[in-house]
Ligand binder design. Sequence first.
Ligand code: FES
Length: 151
Amino acid sequence: MNRKYEPKIVALLCTYCTYTAADMAGSMRLQYPSNVRVVKLLCTGKVDVVYLLGAFRAGADAVMVSGCEIGDCHFLEGNLRAKERVEHAKTLLDELGLDARRLEMFHIGASDAPKWAAAVEQMTRRALELGPNPLGQASAAVERTGEELTR
Ligand code: FES
């Protein structure tokens, strides 16, 4: 069976900025890929390396974190901490052979809906270039095997 690859992208978004921009993009009817699943956070400072790796383990082909512009975080340095954690997670992705380009940090303000749409397009292009996340394929295979065993 030859299924078309449609990348699954997980986006962890700060409610004060990028989440609003994503909402506005919908209201403005901006065109961008619909393959992104949004997780709303109070601040990207909540992002932990464990969450990022967990998203890949669950089958995400790419993960994006997007918070307030530098200097605009409502919790002062949450976005800076998130940026450091994303950089750390990228080194782990490379060590695991998953490719650090599957993960990216963005800073997108509440009124910047076009920047949000462009970021989703950028990550979708990358995920298409890199191909499916091998961990996602493995977990799908385990799931299928489990289903077959329980029939
Ligand atoms: Fe938006 Fe911290 S409040 S990133």
